[in-house]
Structure formats: C-alpha cells, structure tokens
Design a protein around this ligand. Structure first.
Ligand code: HEM
Length: 416
C-alpha cells in the first residue's frame, strides 16, 4: 500500500511479527510530528545513544524497581478516586482515566512536584499526545500547532525541575528521591552510562509520560466498558479482589504481594488489550533490501506491523471477537510475538509497570463501585489511541461490600 506517499508493506501474524521485531534491517520509524514534539527521546534516538537510553529506561522500569512504586501508585489512585469518582452519579471514564494514569506516572517520575505538574499540564499532555499522528505544519489551532505549543510549555516546566535536581546532586551528592527518573538519569550519567544532556533527559521524561498514560488510560477505559457487559467476568474479578481487600486493613496500601495475587484480573486486562490494543501497530523502515517469505522488500520501503489484525485472526485466537479472559489460562496457547506490548529489542519496557498500575486501579474500582454504560453501543475510533466517541459516560454507584453493613461507611473508612 501507499501511506502518505511511502510504499508500505502491511504484515500481520506471529511469524510476521517475529520477523519485524527481530530484524536488524528494519528500523523503528516515528512520524515527523513525533520527532518535532518529543525531540531526542528513546522514541527518536538511534545507534549508541539509543542503546544507552534504552538500558537506562529498562533499568528504571524493571520489575524489581516497579515493586518499589506500588505504594505511590496506591496513594495516587486512592487520592484521585476520592476526589473525582466518589459522590458522582454519572462520570465520563476516559478523561478520569487519563487524569488517573497521568497522576500515577508523574507521582513516580517526579517527586513532590507531581501534583502541581498534573494540575498545570494535564491538558497540555493531552494536546501533545493528540498531535503525534498529525500533519507537521506548525499553524496555530491545528492539532500539530497546539501540540507544539503544549510541548514547549511542558518542556519548560520539566527543565526547571531537572535543573533543580542537577543542582541538588552537585551540592549534596545524593539522590533527592528514590524513584525520581531525572535523578536516576543524572546518576547514570555521572557513572558514565550515557552522555545525554539535560535537555535530552527532559525529552525522555516527556516520552515516558506520553507512552505511559495514553496506553494505560485506554486500557482502564475499555476494561470498564467490557466489565459493564460481562457480569460473569466481573463476578470472578470481584471475588479475587474482595479476597485481597479482606486480607488487609482498610487503610493499608496494596503491596507487591497483593498485586501478584491478582491473576484473573490481569487475564481480563490482557483480553481487553487483545481486543482493543492501545498501540494498534507500528512502522519500520527497511535499511537495506530484504526478503520476507519470498517477497522482496526494497531498501527505503516502510513496513507496518499490524498487531490489531493478528489479535483478531481466528487462526491464532479461537472465536476472536469473544471477550474470554480464560484464553490466557494457558500461556502456551497464546502465539508468540502476538501480545500487545510488542517484542524483540524495542518491546515495551513499561509492561510490568502497566500491570501493577492497572491492577491497583482495578482493585479500588471493582471493590468500591458498580457501573452501567450510559450508551450501551458506544463505538470508538482510533485517534491514534482507541477513543470512545463520547468518552464512555457511565452511571456510577457505590457498591455494597458483602462484609460491610453500609457502603458509605466502607468508603469513609477506605478513603479517609
Ligand atoms: C497497556 C499499556 C501499554 C501498552 C499496550 C504498550 C505498548 C507498547 C508498544 C506496542 C510499544 C512499541 C513496540 C514496537 O513498536 O516494537 C511500546 C513502546 C514503548 N513503551 Fe509501552 N505500552 C504500554 C504502557 C507503557 C508504560 C506504562 C510505559 C512507561 C512507564 C511505556 C513505555 C514505553 C516506551 C519508553 C516505549 C519505547 C521503547 C523503545 O522504543 O525501545 N509503555 N509500548
């Protein structure tokens, strides 16, 4: 096919994904808009610089590190539920999920500045995310124009914080906060692990925030949509989550151990990602002439890895349109290289982070609320993330927990 004038090969299926994700002659390709909006981040760098940044980002998001973030995630999720979800009869899920996931990622990558960043810049992060697939001509009030304006505003705010971190490290010689991403990157630079400038580090903070919150907010939104229509799945998740809630004090935060027990809930999340992947595909460019299954792909051609097509192919997923978390019971029945986090060296480094974040969020949502879709057949568009046309409004009710006499008592205990 031809995409914006570039000859492009569309490939789908596990074998094609394996070929794309592991082939060194296929370079991950981002839009011109993304390069302009996010500068020199993990998404746009190449060569040795990319290797260094990937190693630093993977180190920051590896499972042993994510364990340390559970308490902060729990705190932010509860804070936002209390502020924006409780006491409302009707809520629109997508904007709430966006705010929640922006709050969670900011509470990890920044330290005490997180809340102020979310308050001041939530709309700008949205404009920035929306502009990634736009036509890169910088005219005010276009998607790209708004994205560029927001990108500059966000960059300015984060640069101020990064300069403070650099000063503190110089003066005090120790980390300001154990989970702070800027400090993590500055310490690695002092150790010689990379040679990024402060500006590059700021670009990477922006890249991680954009990657993290657009994807996980889509997952929360669509999980809520599926669970509204799937009472059996909701009942099984509720059983799992109630058991965890009952095993801890109402004011205690969730721990890594609790999250590890949320096995069925994660299967439901994976099934949601299969049916509505937040990243529906990605582009590569052939850096030399290559062949795939006897077909020539000339140097310079684009290859589009269409994950969403593989997910709905009945050769790989039985009854592909059915929402059935039990298909993830046996890992071996899931074809390799067909999961929503990609594969190979450019595989998403945020998969463990996403799991923990989503499990914490769903724990509180499922144990505290019941919801009904206001528009049962609300459709969605790919913009580029899956976006319900009305943002998924739902009627929200506090749930009466079986072991609690009065639901409002339960809320006040849990959220005080
Ligand atoms: C449901 C949640 C998520 C999904 C489905 C998802 C999916 C993906 C996919 C498909 C890719 C590209 C793989 C490729 O083209 O080969 C990717 C890349 C990336 N993701 Fe995620 N992601 C999620 C959450 C996150 C989170 C929470 C973070 C950070 C905390 C994150 C950080 C990144 C980064 C930095 C990259 C670029 C990696 C590179 O280019 O080497 N993602 N993600």
């Amino acid at each position: 096919m031809s995409v914006l004038g570039s000859p492009t090969v569309l490939l789908a299926g596990p074998a094609a994904n394996h070929f794309i994700f592991t082939n060194e002659s296929l370079a991950l390709t981002q839009t011109h808009a993304l390069h302009a909006l996010l500068g020199r981040s993990i998404l746009t760098l190449s060569g040795d610089e990319l290797k260094q940044v990937r190693s630093a980002v993977h180190g920051y998001l590896r499972p042993e590190m994510v364990r340390r973030y559970v308490g902060k995630m729990d705190h932010e999720v509860r804070r936002q539920i209390k502020l924006y979800w409780v006491c409302h009869n009707t809520v629109t899920i997508l904007p709430l999920a966006r705010r929640l996931t922006l709050g969670v990622i900011c509470s990890i990558v920044f330290s005490h500045e997180a809340a102020a960043i979310v308050e001041a810049l939530a709309a700008d992060f949205r404009f920035l995310g929306d502009a990634i697939l736009s036509f890169p001509v910088n005219i005010p009030f276009t998607r790209f124009g708004k994205g560029m304006k927001s990108s500059a505003k966000i960059r300015k705010a984060i640069t101020r914080i990064a300069q403070q971190r650099e000063d503190s490290l110089l003066q005090e010689g120790h980390a300001v906060s154990s989970t702070d991403f800027i400090t993590h990157m500055l310490i690695l630079r002092n150790q010689g692990a990379h040679s990024l400038t402060l500006e590059d580090i700021v670009d990477n903070v922006m890249g991680i925030i954009i990657d993290a919150h657009g994807t996980t907010s889509a997952l929360i939104t669509f999980m809520i949509r599926y669970l509204a229509n799937e009472p059996d799945v909701l009942a099984k998740i509720t059983e799992e989550q109630d058991e965890i809630a009952d095993s801890k004090g109402t004011e205690d935060a969730l721990t890594w151990e609790h999250v590890s027990r949320m096995k069925y809930t994660w299967k439901a999340a994976m099934e949601t990602l299969r049916l509505v992947p937040p990243v529906f595909g990605s582009f590569r460019t052939a850096t030399k002439d290559i062949k795939y299954q006897g077909y020539d792909i000339p140097k310079g051609w684009k290859v589009f890895a269409a994950q969403s097509i593989t997910h709905l192919d009945s050769r790989f997923f039985n009854e592909p349109n059915k929402y059935d978390p039990s298909r993830f019971e046996k890992r071996s029945s899931i074809p390799p290289y067909s999961l929503p986090f990609g594969g190979g060296p450019r595989m998403c480094p945020g998969n463990e982070f996403s799991r923990v974040e989503i499990m914490v969020a769903m724990h509180y949502l499922v144990t505290k609320f019941r919801w009904k879709l206001c528009n049962k057949d609300e459709t969605y568009m790919k913009d580029p993330k899956p976006t319900p046309v009305f943002g998924l409004p739902v009627e929200l009710e506090l749930r009466r927990h079986p072991s609690t006499a009065d639901a409002s008592d339960a809320m006040s205990i849990q959220f005080n």
